[in-house]
Design a protein around this ligand. Structure first.
Ligand SMILES: [Zn+2]
Length: 178
């Protein structure tokens, strides 16, 4: 919460074990595939209606990137943080704009947490704690995109969740978009 922008979001996962990513991952393809599916989901009215403050399609096209630090230059704290959304502020008001950076070293790309396969990590308990339902890994990537997009839309800060899981938001998105 400093200066004109603040980090407001992460992908809503709670694992904190550092790990070196494997070298051969096509990050752009993974994210573009997820965004491609999200773009289709947004055409479903009750999903698109979640994003009444923004043009979600335009946002995904222009303000989403992949890197090792968020848009303020802060390195991602761990592989458990899939993305960080930074909202714009003007006159102390949060604007329906900003940017999303996906953590290239995160589980969303590596498919592992602490060296363990994501499918082994996602026990029913972990799924429930994070609002993941029975989504498969590709769907979880799509959920992460929609989740971060909701933080851009959320000018009231209703869904702020920096540093903690956010099952209620993920459950909402799953109900409307999946
Ligand atoms: Zn979040």
């Amino acid at each position: 919460m400093t200066g004109l922008t603040t980090t407001t979001a992460h992908a809503g996962f709670i694992w904190l074990i550092p790990q070196n990513p494997p070298p051969t991952i096509n990050h752009s393809q993974i994210l573009n595939n997820a965004i491609g599916e999200v773009v289709k989901r947004l055409n479903k009215k009750e999903c698109g209606d979640l994003f009444g403050n923004i043009n979600p399609w335009l946002f995904l096209e222009k303000f989403v990137s992949i890197g090792t630090q968020d848009s303020t230059g802060q390195p991602f704290p761990s592989e458990s943080v899939g993305a960080i959304t930074t909202s714009d502020f003007a006159n102390a008001q949060r604007e329906p704009s900003g940017s999303i950076v996906f953590n290239q070293d995160s589980f969303l790309f590596t498919g592992t947490v602490g060296g363990r396969n994501i499918n082994d990590v996602l026990t029913q308990q972990v799924r429930q704690a994070n609002g993941l339902g029975n989504l498969n890994f590709n769907q979880i990537r799509q959920l992460a995109v929609l989740h971060e997009l909701m933080h851009i839309n959320d000018t009231a800060g209703t869904y702020n969740d920096l540093g903690r899981a956010n099952p209620s938001l993920n459950n909402l998105i799953r109900a409307k978009c999946f």
